[in-house]
Design a protein around this ligand. Structure first.
Ligand SMILES: Cc1cc2nc3c(=O)[nH]c(=O)nc-3n(C[C@H](O)[C@H](O)[C@H](O)COP(=O)(O)OP(=O)(O)OC[C@H]3O[C@@H](n4cnc5c(N)ncnc54)[C@H](O)[C@@H]3O)c2cc1C
Length: 388
């Protein structure tokens, strides 16, 4: 069987690796000639790691990951710690650790594991059509034909337009995220802690990734559409956070402006349908979520595992396999998109009263409530039972 995958992000590469495991001949077609990931880091929670383990990639991900042993919330302006707790209970109950990673390194590793020869860079999909039991992908410089096509072409998916017959609007969540990587510095936060400074509906956060580095991000509520020059990014952070406590100011001073990313955060309301005939969506094309639960990439790897199982079971009846895949995934993904949006509203001051109440809750938090919330997500992993 021949599978065409559109997009070589984390979703497309994971799906490629998964489908190879069940004997598919897989080709991946990627729009850009050079991979330049939009975010610097990713928190891969135990559900995502369980799925990478299923794909035989646990050791490879662990080698890239940071030692994230604890978690803390700090009042940004004053520097007062609101809560700090160990993540070990989460890891014990999940049967596996979380690994924050540099996104580019994860993608690089996945490309190596899949095999770079079967990834065709610089080949943007332009159209697709189904004839009988074949799917044809059309590119500027030719066509490719397979038994099925997976649209792992991200938030602005063209394959989604084919599946749904329309373009969906993306909703702006009301904040801009700046992110990058700095060297670990204990005067910013303990090296083994995911530490988030909160206040005024804003966030500044550091998370340990491999190689003695912090992945960091800043969230700043503001209107969409501004296009500031890159060389002003640090000044903008200074304006938003310059009056905050010393660790946050130290983080801003450590930022390398040339590699700082700026992303206006959007999502898409849950879809009713991920498949049409022998074409299916996977990853952000199927469920474009805001990063407030840190689950977008984890969901993409979950999709890949479920797709593998569904197609292994359905054999030659590919359309049925894709329907099984959709049925197994659509409700879970929708729930996560909605939960992430609700969390984003609280975190970013959409309702000032709710955000103030959350800051108060953090003062009472022992870790049990937050770990329970993360565990709820982890337990929905398609391979959870094998680990816990
Ligand atoms: C700021 C930020 C922080 C995040 N943090 C986390 C986190 O901590 N944990 C987590 O799990 N998730 C996180 N996410 C979400 C995560 O980044 C995404 O969910 C994940 O990368 C989706 O992978 P994907 O492969 O579906 O899509 P993408 O990574 O977007 O890949 C899609 C690929 O398709 C290609 N493509 C597009 N159109 C075409 C075409 N016509 N033809 C060929 N190729 C095409 C693109 O060039 C791209 O390479 C975060 C997202 C953001 C924005």
């Amino acid at each position: 069987m021949k599978a065409l995958i559109i997009g070589s992000g984390i979703g497309g590469l994971s799906a490629g690796i998964a489908l190879r495991r069940i004997g598919y001949d897989v080709s991946i077609f990627e729009k850009v000639r050079e991979i330049r990931p939009v975010g610097a880091g990713l928190s891969l929670w135990p559900n995502g790691i369980q799925c990478f383990s299923h794909l035989g990639l646990h050791d490879q991900v662990r080698a890239l990951g940071g030692a994230m042993d604890q978690m803390a919330y700090v009042d940004g302006p004053s520097g007062e710690t609101l809560t700090r707790f160990s993540l070990q209970p989460l890891y014990d109950r999940s049967g596996i650790r979380a690994y924050p990673v540099a996104r580019a390194e994860l993608q690089d590793m996945l490309m190596d594991e899949f095999g770079r020869d079967a990834i065709q860079l610089g080949r943007p999909l332009q159209a697709l059509h189904e004839t009988g039991d074949r799917v044809t992908a059309v590119f500027e410089d030719g066509e490719a034909t397979g038994d099925l096509l997976i649209g792992a072409d991200g938030a602005h998916s063209l394959v989604r337009e084919h599946v749904l017959g329309k373009t969906l609007p993306r909703d702006y969540l009301g904040y801009v995220n700046y992110n990058g990587i700095v060297t670990v510095d204990p005067d910013i936060a303990p090296p083994d802690s995911w530490t988030t400074f909160v206040g005024e509906g804003k966030r500044a956060s550091v998370m340990p990734i491999g190689g003695g580095r912090f992945y960091f991000f800043f969230d700043v509520p503001m209107a969409s559409g501004a296009q500031p020059a890159r060389d002003t990014y640090r000044d903008l952070l200074q304006q938003a956070f310059g009056h905050w406590s010393a660790p946050v100011r130290r983080l801003i001073a450590a930022v390398d402006q040339t590699s700082l990313n700026r992303v206006e955060i959007h999502d898409i309301a849950p879809l009713d349908n991920w498949c049409r005939g022998r074409v299916a969506l996977l990853g952000d094309s199927a469920h474009n979520t805001c990063p407030d639960l840190g689950q977008g990439a984890c969901m993409a790897v979950e999709d890949a595992v479920v797709l593998e199982r569904a197609l292994a079971q359905s054999g030659a009846d590919i359309a049925a396999g894709l329907q099984t895949y959709q049925s197994a995934r659509i409700a879970r993904a929708a729930e996560l998109v909605q939960r992430a949006r609700a969390r984003s509203d609280v975190t970013h001051g959409k309702d000032a009263g709710a955000t103030a109440a959350w800051y108060q809750e953090l003062r009472q938090e022992t870790g049990a409530g937050i770990i329970e919330g993360i565990l709820k997500t982890v337990q929905g992993s398609p391979v959870f039972d094998r680990f816990a």
